[in-house]
Write a protein that binds this ligand. Structure first.
Ligand SMILES: Cc1cc2nc3c(=O)[nH]c(=O)nc-3n(C[C@H](O)[C@H](O)[C@H](O)COP(=O)(O)OP(=O)(O)OC[C@H]3O[C@@H](n4cnc5c(N)ncnc54)[C@H](O)[C@@H]3O)c2cc1C
Ligand code: FES
Length: 244
């Protein structure tokens, strides 16, 4: 983990309430897709965790949805302003388990970390399918970006206004070797239940410190208690225990 100051180079809306922020700084500790950064915002006690969407050289890309005070403040920042970040947090996805045809299943703001993952997997010559789920057409983002990487992309919307009508689990491809998932808990659970292959699931749950000190994010797994911020946020399918 590293604490450093990043300079904002872009903060653009992608939809009505989802923004892409690009920042320049020391990305040396950001090693794997699925890791996250923890952002200090003026006047707020707790930092706000956001997944790494991409990292190219010293440019970090984040995509976030405005849901409360912290993310609302983020949306009002402008290029040139600085942010204090903890980087290199979380375990990230294990790319070695992908097999030849990995499936990436993302819902809403669970989609961003799958972008860098897709890029890395395609760079390794894997045949990547991505199913990206949203509520409505006007909430869809990054469909073209995933296609440009070379993924076979299916978009689903709950109301059918774009792509296939329904949930991510209504559009799973016929064949895949491993599942990488990130999204809201009901989506993760549905993907877990409806797929029989191995997988890795990222749990973007509420956190306290974000680096393993407060135990506020502890969950029970089949391999013992784990802190989602440090031992996760990615859990392997075989270790997940769902709350009843
Ligand atoms: C490892 C990790 C990675 C994340 N990656 C992303 C990302 O890439 N993009 C993104 O938009 N968001 C991501 N999140 C969620 C993001 O951290 C929260 O939305 C953010 O902290 C909310 O801060 P706030 O001050 O705006 O809202 P708050 O005022 O703190 O909360 C506003 C509302 O959002 C709910 N909320 C807050 N945090 C979460 C959460 N983690 N999960 C579900 N509901 C929450 C609260 O219960 C409340 O109803 C991630 C969370 C974690 C733990
Ligand atoms: S959030 Fe403090 S230990 Fe995980």
């Amino acid at each position: 983990m590293k604490q450093s100051v990043f300079s904002i180079t872009e903060n653009t809306p992608l939809t009505a309430n989802v923004y892409r922020m690009r920042l320049e700084g020391d990305t040396g500790d950001i090693l794997r897709p699925g890791q996250f950064v923890n952002i200090r915002l003026e006047g707020l006690y707790l930092r706000r965790p956001i997944s790494v969407c991409d990292r190219e050289g010293d440019i970090l890309t984040l995509i976030y949805k405005t849901v409360g005070e912290g993310t609302d403040r983020m949306s009002r920042l402008i290029p040139g302003q600085k942010l204090d970040l903890l980087t290199g947090l979380g375990n990230g996805y294990d790319l070695d388990r992908s097999g030849d045809k990995p499936l990436l299943a993302g819902g809403g703001v669970g989609v961003p970390p799958l972008y860098w993952l897709a890029k890395e997997l395609i760079g390794r010559g894997r045949h990547v399918s991505a199913v990206l789920g949203f509520n409505r057409a006007d909430e869809v983002f990054y469909e073209e970006e995933f296609k440009r990487l070379g993924c076979a992309v299916t978009v689903t919307t709950v109301d059918g206004t774009r792509g296939k009508k329904g949930f991510v689990t209504d559009a799973l491809p016929d064949e895949y070797t491993h599942v990488y998932a990130c999204g809201p808990m009901p989506m993760l659970r549905a993907v877990y239940d409806q797929t029989s292959v191995s997988g890795q699931y990222s749990f973007e749950e509420r956190m306290g410190c974000g680096f393993g000190a407060c135990m506020g994010c502890s969950v029970k797994t089949r391999t013992g208690s784990k802190r989602l911020c440090k031992d996760g946020p990615v859990l392997a399918k075989e270790e997940i225990i769902w709350d009843a």
